[in-house]
Each structure stands twice: as C-alpha cells, then as structure tokens.
Design a protein around this ligand. Structure first.
Ligand code: ACO
Length: 429
C-alpha cells in the first residue's frame, strides 16, 4: 500500500519515491525507480533493505516479537506442534481437524526416500560432515523426483513441498546413521514427526528405542522455533536461487549451504564446541575477556543476534524447555551444562553484554538441549535445516505464486578503470 512520498535531492535533481506501508513494522521507501535516474542504493549486509514483500513471518527485534502468520511464537511453541505449524506457514491459516488429518496423511505418504538414494550415500566418506552430505543429497532429490518439477504448476509445487517436509527427517537421520556405520532405519508413519526422527536416529534393527515424551516434545518445540525467521541469509538464498527458475530441491539445497555458516545455523554447533573448548568453569573469565577484547576475533557463540536487540522470544521458550530436558535426563551436574549456565548468568549481568544487548540466542539453548537429548554435535545444524525447510519452501512458494523478478543486486565498483591488455613479455616484474 502506497502512503505518501519521500523526496530525494541529488545533484540538483529531485526524485520522488513512494513510501510503502505494511500491516506491521516500519514504513519502507521504494527505491526501485532510482535506477531510471542512474543511481543505485548502497547497503552492504542489507541492513536497511527489504528485498521482497511477504505475508509469512513478522519480527520486531527491538521488542522481541516473532509472529508466524500473525500468531506469537511462544503460543505456537506451547500449544501447537511442528506439523500444524508447517500447515500454517505453507497455507496462511491454521487447519481444522479434517485439513490437519489430510495434511498429516499427505506428509506420511512421502516419508520414504527412493531406494536408489541409499547408493548415493555410499559415495561420501563416513567421516564427512553431515551438512556436506545434506547439501548433496537434498540437491539430488531433483534427480529422483523430476515428475513434479514444473514450478509454474501449483500442484507440482505442493507435492514438492510435501516431499521436502516428509523426506528431510529421513535424509537427516540417514546422514547420522551413515556416519556411525549403522543401517538406515525406515520411517514409522504411526509416530509423530519428532518421535519418528528420534526413532530413525537412535533405534537399530536389533533394538527399538522408545524416546522419552519430554524429549520428543522438546525436539518438536526446537523444530517449531526454527521453522521460519523471515528474510534471514538462508531464506534470502532460497528466494534468490528460486528467482532464476531453479527447481525447489536445488533451491533448498542452496539454503542448506547458506545455513551451514557459524554466523547463521552453524551457531548451535559452534556454541557447544566452545563449551567443550572452555572445558572448566575456572577458564570462563579468560573466555569472557577474549570476547570483550576488540583485538581478538573470538566471540561468545550463541550470544547476540542481527535482528534481536532484546531477548530473542524463541530463546525464552527454549530456555525453559532446556531446563526441563536437563532435569528429565538428570544432566544438571554435567560439567558442560554447568559451564553453559554460568556463561548465561555472566552474559546477562556483565555490562559489555548488557550494553550491546547481547543476549543468549535460541541456538545457545537449543544446542544444550539437543546435546542433552543425545544428538551428536555435528547433527545440530542438520536439525536446524530440517526445521527451516518449511520456512524456505513457504517463502519459495509465496514468491513463485506471485509476480516476481530475477534477483540481481548491483554494486559500487571500486576496481580499475578500463585499460588495454598488455602481453606477458611486456609486463614489468
Ligand atoms: N560475543 C562478543 N561480542 C559480540 C558478540 C558475541 N557473540 N556479538 C556481537 N558482539 C559485539 C561486537 O564485537 C560489536 O562490539 P563493538 O560495538 O564494540 O564493536 C557489537 O557486539 C555489535 O556486533 P555486530 O557484529 O555489529 O552485530 P551483528 O548484528 O552484525 O552480529 C551476530 C550478529 C553475527 C549474530 C553476532 O552477534 C555473532 O557473531 N554472534 C555469535 C554467533 C551466533 O551465535 N550466531 C547465531 C545467530 S542466531 C541464528 O542464526 C539463528
């Protein structure tokens, strides 16, 4: 919706720019007409740039608000479940009972992966990072399910979305089983989404494990809390790749690659590795001093957030769940978790962290929780990818369903001006 105009005065010229109004959040100045006036805007890291319009998720980082389709994240985490949240993100509304049952049935129809995909795993080293395997295997889905790759066909898009939601836990658990040298466990469709994942992770053909319902609920909450986060780096990557017309499996694979970095989804793994590195409470002051030293690149992993300059609303929910899981597995005396709780206390009281609004983020607590559930550290980011797949596919579908353009940012060129080629024997040493 256009509301009023902004005026830019540059080199004696006046350029009128539309001001767009969303349903929530700050007004947005539409600079898309600037190019006709031979100007670009410069915004490294996209701190001030809205690259698209979206109806899926709203964040107010200063107030610590996160809404999926208008619903507060804490309500969804406490009252809903991950599959219902998938329906909500994809379709815009909560399902009634019939819609929910049909959705679950549709997801369950797709939980297995093509038998030939097993061979695909054999091409990887057993000690490969599971994220490396995920990027490859999810990208390879387009080689197995090319019957529904017409992105202009809404039915194809829905089937691809179901396939991705259903197959991600299966593929993620296969990555783990491959790395520990155990047989792949087939999905069990009578189990809930989270329970089935824990089953595929921890059961073996010799022994069925029955996961503690507190741990199943905690994992389901982790998935819900990580399901979407508007235009973060990986979602923007999916949208950018999707804008070229690439198929959804290729786009999600690009999203997984972007998520892998320690400044994004890799933070939960980095946070746990950091706790191991600290090793003992007596070493905490040394690490806090390093985090504060402007000449030391070390940062406290799992603290701070680009958008939340207030307590991350997801971290609030996750903190409570984390304590419940530690209690349930009797891990309160575990030295690693003691270090984590001491770090949390210091960061919430120390003026360096308080002034910069560096609160523990959701990944700090989800990392500790996943570790207490028994998930190996190298699987943390894989589980984040499994959760975020619904956000990626919802954004991809939203983009493809409405008019969109190829995403193609511009640059401020600071390289050499035009010059003539010089033969190698005429170049100075
Ligand atoms: N430890 C110590 N100091 C920090 C930290 C940290 N974790 N994070 C930020 N700071 C300091 C910076 O040094 C800077 O200090 P200065 O003003 O004295 O120079 C100030 O806080 C602002 O930091 P920026 O880098 O400008 O903040 P930005 O918004 O760009 O960074 C980020 C956000 C990347 C998440 C950062 O806080 C960080 O590196 N955190 C650790 C990694 C992490 O946990 N990432 C997970 C993000 S959550 C997610 O992806 C789901």
């Amino acid at each position: 919706m256009v509301n009023n105009k902004a005026t830019l005065k540059v080199a004696g010229k006046q350029i009128d720019l539309n001001i767009l109004k969303g349903t929530l959040g700050p007004d947005v100045i539409d600079v898309s007409s600037l190019v006709k006036n031979d100007y670009f805007t410069y915004d490294p890291g996209f701190l001030s740039t809205a690259a698209c319009e979206s109806k899926i998720t709203f964040i107010d980082g200063d107030k610590g608000i996160l809404l999926y389709r208008g619903y507060p994240i804490d309500q969804l985490a406490m009252k809903s479940n991950f599959v219902e949240v998938c329906y909500l993100l994809l379709n815009g509304e909560l399902p009634n009972q019939i819609q929910y049952d049909e959705f679950c049935k549709a997801i369950n129809r797709h939980t297995m992966v093509h038998e030939q995909m097993r061979n695909f795993f054999n091409g990887f080293r057993r000690d490969a990072h599971p994220m490396a395997v995920m990027v490859g295997v999810v990208g390879a889905l387009s080689a197995f399910y090319h019957d529904t790759l017409d992105i202009k066909n809404p039915e194809h898009r829905v089937v691809s979305a179901f396939r991705l939601i259903a197959k991600m836990p299966t593929i993620a658990a296969m990555c783990h089983k491959y790395s520990v040298g155990q047989p792949f466990m087939p999905p069990q469709n009578h189990m809930s989404y989270a329970e089935n994942f824990l089953h595929m992770m921890f059961s073996t053909p010799c022994e069925e494990t029955k996961p503690n319902p507190i741990l199943v609920r905690a994992l389901d909450q982790i998935l819900t809390l990580h399901a979407d986060h508007e235009q973060n780096a990986s979602t923007s990557t999916v949208r950018l790749a999707g804008s070229t017309g690439a198929n959804p499996f290729a786009c999600i694979s690009a999203g997984i690659a972007a998520l892998w970095g320690p400044a994004h989804g890799g933070a939960n793994e980095a946070a746990l590795n950091m706790l191991h590195e600290i090793g003992d409470s007596s070493r905490i002051p040394k690490y806090i001093a390093r985090a504060k030293d402007p000449n030391d690149p070390f940062r406290l992993m799992g603290f701070g957030h680009r958008v939340y300059k207030n307590y991350d609303p997801r971290a609030k929910v996750m903190r409570k769940t984390c304590y419940e899981v530690l209690e349930a597995v009797g891990a309160h005396d575990n030295p690693l978790f003691k270090i984590a709780m001491e770090l949390e206390k210091i960061a919430l009281e120390d003026s360096y962290f308080v002034e910069r609004k560096l609160y523990p983020n959701v990944d700090f607590y989800s990392g500790i929780t996943l570790s207490a559930i028994g998930i190996p550290i190298n699987m943390f980011t894989v589980i984040f990818a499994l959760a975020r797949t619904i956000g990626w596919i919802a954004h991809w579908n939203e983009m493809i369903s409405s008019p969109y353009r190829l995403s193609r940012p511009r640059q401020l060129y600071t390289g050499s001006v035009e010059r003539d080629y010089v033969s190698i024997n005429q170049r100075s040493e």
